[in-house]
Design a protein around this ligand. Structure first.
Ligand code: ZN
Length: 341
């Protein structure tokens, strides 16, 4: 019931942009009944509401990536898990008036940024900072770390960014070498690069963090980009996964930080560079990867709640074999064809 209410106040993805759907699809009687039930729910002791879904807002609408696919895939992954109620905040199109784009971040437990576009109005920036700095969980997904290169506070929130005109002034190159993050490479040069897409192994660099606890030290990620040469304040709190950017594929040749949390006051910020969107929901291997979906769900729960209750799924990729969830759902049973152990 609660989920149904949430769904009708999502932003309209296909109609007028930046407009919240009103409950116009619901008959008046039903609306009144729903209002009464929700009022009663508010009176239920907090202990009984403890298992409510995590209220989540995906911010999208402008990106040099296929945001029309990525935000739907993110929504499917989260909604299908049964743990999240998802709304979409859809910005005006690039070049349009942004002044009315004012998502109410504070209504949510969790915000996922799938946005790389025009600057937000000052009120929206202020509201976003207030959300992040006052207990709201944040997930930076893939090209969201390309956004807002000249917004200093945003760069501290993402720790590392790429493209968007970032230079030496944005911070050092940050990569992983001999078991440590290198944070003192202040060479001149642009920020942001990736080689040709391929499946590649990722390496866990943290055994204890709740997001990665129980996951293999090494697993084969589905076909994706691998971001390298990222720059920024590099205020990484806990490095979770790295990947080697193969020089033969056009990468840096270095081991790159790909998944981490950010050291930003008491905020819980999960940054995942994986998940380049494909041409369609059906052809979207980076986001259909069971490993990506598992990390995303765990990172989202941790950012919102500070803990992870999810078990390691049985279809998780192995050291040498990727594993895909074509329908963005964790299978109830293992598929017949099992990855090689
Ligand atoms: Zn990409």
């Amino acid at each position: 019931m609660f989920t149904a209410f949430i769904r009708v106040r999502r932003y309209e993805p296909s109609g007028d942009r930046n407009r919240i759907l009103q409950n116009h699809t619901l008959p008046n009687m039903f609306k009144k009944a729903l209002f009464t039930i929700l009022t009663l729910l508010l009176l239920v002791p907090v202990s009984l509401q403890a298992k409510r879904n995590i209220e989540t807002l995906i911010v999208t609408g402008q990106n040099n990536h296929n945001w029309q696919i990525s935000h739907k895939a993110l929504d499917l992954i989260l909604s299908n898990s049964g743990m999240f109620s998802v709304d979409i905040a859809l910005s005006p199109a690039s070049g349009e008036d942004m002044s009315s784009f004012r998502p109410d971040f504070n209504k949510y437990d969790l915000v996922i940024l799938d946005y790389n576009g025009d600057a937000w109005p000052q009120e929206t920036k202020d509201a976003f900072l207030h959300f992040v700095q006052h207990g709201g969980g944040l997930v930076i997904y893939h090209a969201a770390d390309n956004a807002f290169a000249d917004w200093d506070e945003f760069n501290r929130i993402i720790a590392l960014g790429g493209w968007g005109g970032r230079t030496k002034e944005s911070g050092p190159y940050c990569y992983f070498e001999a078991g440590h993050l290198v944070l003192n490479d202040h060479l001149e040069g642009p920020s942001g690069n990736h080689g040709r897409q391929c499946a590649y192994p990722v390496y866990c660099q943290s055994e204890k963090h709740p997001i990665v606890k129980g996951l293999p030290d090494k697993w084969m990620h589905g076909r994706d980009e691998l971001y390298d040469s990222m720059r920024g304040p590099a205020n990484i709190k806990e490095l979770l996964y790295t990947g080697r950017a193969d020089i033969m594929m056009g990468g840096s040749g270095r081991e790159e930080p790909l998944v981490f949390t950010v050291d930003y006051g008491k905020s819980r910020i999960f940054h995942i560079m994986l998940g380049h969107a494909g041409d369609s929901l059906e052809k979207n291997p980076a986001m259909q990867c069971a490993g990506f979906q598992t990390l995303l769900l765990r990172g989202c729960e941790w950012a919102a709640k500070g803990r992870v209750t999810q078990k390691v799924p049985k279809d998780f990729p192995t050291e040498y074999q990727s594993s895909y969830r074509l329908d963005y759902k964790q299978p109830k049973k293992l598929p017949d064809k099992q990855p090689k152990k």
